[in-house]
Design a protein around this ligand. Structure first.
Ligand code: PMV
Length: 330
């Protein structure tokens, strides 16, 4: 039996967003990003060597061209000609806009390296995962992570135990697939949004503010910087030609609900990636109350659109670990 390697990796949620590439061929980010690796959600991947590269996600074979640059970089780095078969599943809906590519490429990099007997350091795996998806560079580390602008690899800034009470409530606003990939949308922002330069220029000060809030466990300070980051990213998108808008009516309802909760004294700070889902930063002590408010906002937005409310749509996450890798058969 050939050696099979298992890896469980967790998605990386950016509080300060990476949006834009400084080098699209090497997939280097144009802005720094600060993220939290999320326990409560994961990708599980099983890899073995095979005659041809193949990635199956949730039972569906993925387009090979999406993975080709990653596998080529992997073979160059590992000095191998071997090819890989990977089967992957996500514990969360793949269309959830939960950065499944971050945990996906992190798990793939870690598992493939081990499948050829390599013990690459996390920073090297991070640089490989980045070729597939820059946010995946961060998922190779647990806790709170930083991927600087133009960097080839991410690093851990603080471990998960720095802030175990932190929670991220993922409000699953919609299961619809996103209309445009983040790669295409980043390129559209660079080439057609007059706000792209302003977005790049403001990313450094937002990062400094967020890091200060994170280090001092000041949720309001971190949350305000995180809000500005996603709002400016989406403002740059809206100013593209033609305009790009990932939000749905339920997205707006959730943003407004968070603002209302803050006015009532609750610490609920939302962020939004390249999709309609809303992720809310809060503390464990208030998580149940905030989750109930978010669920109500989803239910009323659905009722207004004529749809039936559909069960719980809130996933609770918290600062999580680095990927776990093990060899399963020899
Ligand atoms: O890594 P990609 O190509 O999936 O892009 C991720 C972009 C955002 O999720 C919107 C921001 C981020 O830093 O994760």
């Amino acid at each position: 039996m050939s050696r099979e390697v298992f890896c469980r990796a967790h998605p990386s949620l950016a509080l300060i967003k990476y949006w834009g590439k400084s080098d699209s061929r090497r997939n280097l980010p144009a802005t720094p990003s600060l993220a939290v690796t999320l326990a409560g959600a994961h990708t599980e991947t099983r890899v073995r060597t095979a005659a041809a590269d193949c990635v199956v996600l949730g039972g569906e074979e993925q387009p090979p061209e999406r993975y080709a640059p990653f596998f080529e970089a992997l073979r160059r780095r590992l000095r191998t000609t071997l090819r890989f078969h990977a089967e992957s599943t996500n514990s969360f809906p793949t269309a959830a806009g939960l950065a499944s590519s971050s945990s996906g490429f992190a798990a793939l990099a870690a598992a493939c390296a081990r499948a050829v007997g390599s013990e690459l350091a996390a920073r090297e795996l991070s640089a490989l995962a980045r070729v597939g998806s820059a946010s995946a560079a961060r998922s190779l580390f647990g806790g709170f992570t930083l991927l600087p602008a133009r960097a080839r690899a991410a690093r851990q800034l603080l471990p998960a135990r720095h802030w175990p009470e932190l929670r991220v409530l993922v409000a699953l606003a919609s299961g619809q697939p996103k209309p445009i990939s983040s790669r295409q949308a980043m390129e559209a922002t660079r080439s057609s949004s007059p706000f792209y330069r302003a977005w790049l220029a403001s990313s450094g000060s937002l990062l400094a503010e967020a890091i200060a809030g994170l280090r001092s466990r000041d949720l309001e300070r971190l949350g305000e910087a995180a809000r500005l980051s996603y709002a400016r990213m989406h403002a740059a998108l809206l100013a593209c030609d033609p305009p790009l808008l990932y939000w749905l009516p339920v997205t707006v309802a959730l943003v407004r609900e968070c603002a209302q909760m803050r006015r009532r004294g609750l610490g609920a700070w939302e962020t939004i990636d390249a999709g309609p889902q809303v992720k809310v930063l809060c503390l464990a002590a208030e998580a149940a109350q905030i989750a109930a408010g978010l669920q109500e906002a989803i239910d009323s937005a659905q009722a207004a659109g004529g749809a039936q409310p559909a069960g719980s749509r809130i996933l609770e996450c918290w600062p999580g670990p680095a990927p776990e890798v093990r060899v399963e058969g020899e």
